[in-house]
Design a protein around this ligand. Structure first.
Ligand code: ASP
Length: 448
């Protein structure tokens, strides 16, 4: 099957490539007025110019060539297409717990085509099972591809659909669910599912990888084994996120779904529990609980599904000089909730006050979380905080902005009554508020 249509090419470049019957992986010659280029045609970023063709030269360098009408494109050799042979599925042991791995895409479900150098979201959950055969000693695994997309492209609709699919599987009586997910927005999804899936009988574990599963340095196998082990056997029944504990492959940690954040662009231990600690650890195929404050696994519990999220919620980060017109814009556009990412203990400049009062008067639910991330807002210390409270701004205590945003979306997906929504926003639904501030040394340790 031709890959050219989904390879990022468009405009004149796509027209010429199709005219010359070129496909990804073919050897092509591009002749311009002054130069001739020969090499392998490779996929390209979709956001680039419509006239550029990318060729991997013999030297290994990738060259972008501007393909105007005067330039000639020819196919001079048929390449072997980037192909991935699915590994065979390991034998199942009926004595082991039954876990479903749902894949949504991201690096954990990607592989590198070493010939063209492109990373593609291309392998299914069952391929993952084949790539990590050790899983057969941990659980009986069923797999399902829900999406094959990078997590930056997920929306609230996907959270709703994902929650419904998880609920269906839980109703079928599985011992645990694992969701393979891109790491960029994985913590938003774990927060969303924490609110949408209440009174869980079994664990729901979101897992990702910073390096694709076919790289020697991949963290995918360790993370996946940790996730499946926790899903199948851990004594807790919450939505959690499992990833590397440190940069080495020794252990994975289980973070509570509402208390976790991606904190590093590339490290394997990028996820940290914020204003909370990981609730468990998986090491040498053993799950160890690190706290006794957790919801217990109990197959008799009846799951409560509340999968709706409002799309009319915005995050406004305060910074010196923020133009209050940004707040007015959302109000005019009919947004129902605004999360202010305030400074310090919970402040925004007095120049925003009129816009905030107007938003509240128009029935917009305005909440505030601190951009400090660690610690909790306290809006009673300074005048600014007291003023904001008097306008009706709801402080989100020690919830950091991303979880605060997801919660506001979820709350406004449950009710359109502002007072009811406020009450729900302040209710601890899935451990998003912690009762005590953590000791400083522990916070620093958690932040490393
Ligand atoms: N951009 C990718 C994603 O979030 C990165 C990853 O998977 O780690 O889908």
């Amino acid at each position: 099957m031709s890959q050219i249509e989904n390879s990022g090419y468009k405009g004149e470049a796509l027209r010429q490539l199709k005219l010359a019957d070129c496909d990804i992986g073919d050897i092509i010659r591009v002749t311009s007025k002054s130069k001739v280029y020969e090499g392998i045609l490779i996929p390209r970023a979709e956001l680039g110019e419509g006239t550029i063709v990318i060729v991997k030269m013999k030297s290994g360098y990738n060259v972008g060539i501007n393909v105007t009408k005067e330039v000639k494109v020819e196919k001079i050799g048929k390449g072997t297409k980037p192909a991935f042979a699915s590994p065979s599925i390991p034998k199942q042991n009926p004595a082991l717990p039954h876990v479903v791995i749902m894949s949504t895409g991201g690096t954990i479900a990607s592989r590198v085509d070493y010939r063209t150098g492109a990373v593609r979201s291309a392998i299914s959950a069952s391929d993952l099972y084949g790539v990590v055969p050790e899983l057969a000693d941990v659980a009986r695994v069923d797999t399902e591809i829900v999406y094959s997309i990078y997590s930056e492209n997920l929306t609230q609709k996907n959270w709703t659909e994902l929650a419904q699919k998880v609920a269906e599987r839980i109703e079928q009586g599985v011992d645990g669910i694992v969701i393979a997910h891109g790491t960029d927005t994985m913590a938003y999804t774990s927060a969303a599912l924490s609110f949408a899936l209440q009174n869980l009988p079994v664990p729901v574990i979101v897992v990702g990888a910073q390096r694709s599963s076919d790289r020697p340095s991949s963290d995918a196998a360790t993370n996946l084994i940790g996730a499946v082990k926790a899903a199948g056997e851990a004594p807790f029944a919450e939505v959690c996120l499992v990833m590397h504990e440190s940069v080495s492959d020794i252990a994975t940690v289980v973070h509570r779904g509402t208390k976790v954040r991606k904190c590093h662009t590339s490290r394997r231990d990028t996820f940290k529990s914020i204003n909370g600690f990981p609730i468990a650890k998986v090491k040498n195929l053993q799950v160890t609980m690190e706290t006794d404050q957790y919801q217990r696994r109990d197959p008799k519990k009846k799951l409560v599904l509340k999968p709706n999220f409002s799309e009319k919620v915005a995050l406004v980060k305060f910074y010196p000089g923020l133009d209050p017109a940004v707040i007015d814009f959302y109000v005019e556009k009919g947004f129902k909730g605004i999360l202010l990412e305030g400074s310090g203990l919970g402040h925004v400049s007095k120049f925003c006050f009129d816009s905030i009062k107007n938003a509240v008067a128009k029935g917009v639910l305005v909440a505030l979380a601190s951009q400090c991330i660690w610690g909790r807002v306290n809006m009673n210390v300074y005048d600014t905080g007291r003023d904001l409270l008097s306008f009706g701004v709801v402080p989100l205590d020690d919830m950091f902005p991303e979880t605060g945003l997801v919660k506001l979306m979820w709350v406004l997906g449950q009710t359109s009554d502002v007072e009811e929504a406020k009450k729900l926003l302040k209710t601890n639904i899935a451990g998003e508020f912690s009762s005590r501030t953590l000791p400083q040394d522990k916070i620093v340790e958690g932040a490393q």
